[in-house]
Design a protein around this ligand. Structure first.
Ligand SMILES: [Ca+2]
Ligand SMILES: [Ca+2]
Ligand SMILES: [Ca+2]
Ligand SMILES: [Ca+2]
Length: 369
């Protein structure tokens, strides 16, 4: 039951409860998820720019000890500071968070810096629902098709939760907690004291090495990525508000968690891979190669517009539309769009200038062929 239940977690919406509430919560979660995925949600997401980062090749060995003081890290640039998951419509996060990324033949390296005056953690069991503690999270969709992506969460106790999603929860995706990252290396460094509220802490830093081999299958080619290759990645920091009672941290009741992210999603849901940032892999060891513009970006945006309009209509009428007129999309702005009915629903396609075709289906899978 526990396993099924976890499948209904969605970032930012925590349906945690006691075992006795599980059945009720399953219904609630389903309902909430369906209601949460509206065209209005998409309007909030659509025009928020996605973040970008060029990950250089590590110039020297990185020791995974939680400290980001290795020579290789010193040469890597910091990402932009994290924003609220909903973007600039919400206040700037209380604490600044940044990441760095590097890679070599065997690993993707991630270093995160999380200032926090009160560092705490409770979960020690692998594959626990880590965002019940303050945490740092990584989401990776190597081929940017919105499906088949990886998630990893870690708390200040260095307890990890690795899972695989076949597709987003809103498209009836199921989390596979059985997915593991063989050879994963993680460490936390705490500048301060853990679970001791009597002082003011400085920060915790997270150092992660993910073997390419573990990401290989859904990258759909052999590792490591080639120079200039771009993946969809996002990072999230969950931060709960706490008080101190009897010398222990306690979450402030009825206050939901903050979600601070690298690439803002526009809504409180990390499971919208179309809004994750772009990470471009460079074979340079120093300096910054520019981020190449994604020539598929406009086509992707149009296809997701169609997907969300189709979804809203399908929810209302049970039917899929087949023309731009029905969708209320100006054909002058959607030149070259073709919508075909399929057994499962529909397929919307756009021909790209380079001869490839971008295509989305009713389950939000978006592929470039
Ligand atoms: Ca280190
Ligand atoms: Ca994928
Ligand atoms: Ca796992
Ligand atoms: Ca402390």
């Amino acid at each position: 039951m526990e396993k099924v239940f976890r499948g209904f977690y969605t970032r930012g919406r925590c349906f945690a409860g006691t075992a006795g509430c599980v059945l009720l919560l399953l219904c609630t979660a389903n309902t909430v998820l369906v209601q949460a995925d509206t065209y209005e949600d998409w309007q909030r997401m659509r025009d928020i720019p996605r973040s970008g980062y060029v990950a250089n090749r590590a110039g020297s060995r990185i020791e995974i000890d939680g400290r980001l003081d290795d020579a290789a890290w010193r040469e890597a640039v910091w990402s932009d500071r994290f924003q609220d998951i909903e973007g600039t419509v919400k206040p700037r996060p209380r604490f600044d968070t940044r990441v760095k990324m590097l890679w070599d033949r065997k690993y993707l390296y991630i270093g995160a810096f999380l200032p926090d005056p009160h560092i705490w953690g409770t979960l020690t069991e692998h594959d626990s629902v880590i965002f019940h503690d303050n945490d740092f999270e990584v989401f990776i969709d190597p081929d940017a098709d919105n499906h088949e992506y990886y998630e990893f969460e870690i708390n200040a106790l260095n307890t990890g939760w690795d899972l695989f999603l076949d597709k987003p929860y809103k498209d009836s995706g199921k989390a596979d907690n059985g997915w593991e990252i063989p050879g994963l290396k993680t460490a936390i460094h705490i500048e301060g004291t853990l679970n001791d509220p009597s002082d003011i802490d400085q920060y915790w830093s997270v150092e992660i090495a993910i073997p390419w081999k573990a990401l290989n299958r859904h990258a759909h080619h052999r590792y490591p990525p080639s120079a200039g290759e771009q993946w969809r990645i996002n990072f999230s920091r969950v931060q709960w508000q706490t008080t101190v009672e009897d010398g222990k941290y306690k979450k402030v009741p009825d206050v939901r968690e903050d979600n601070w992210v690298w690439s803002p999603q526009g809504i409180i849901d990390m499971h919208r891979p179309e809004k994750w940032g772009t990470v471009q892999f460079s074979t340079q060891q120093e300096g910054t190669v520019g981020l190449n513009p994604d020539m598929t970006e406009n086509a992707r945006k149009m296809l997701m517009e169609i997907y969300h309009k189709q979804r809203a209509n399908h929810r209302k009428t049970g039917a899929w539309w087949t023309t731009l007129e029905q969708l209320g999309i100006d054909s002058a702005k959607a030149a070259g769009v073709v919508i075909e009915q399929t057994e499962a629903g529909y397929r919307a396609k756009i021909s790209l200038a380079d001869g490839r075709t971008a295509c989305v289906t009713q389950d939000s899978r978006l592929r470039i062929k």
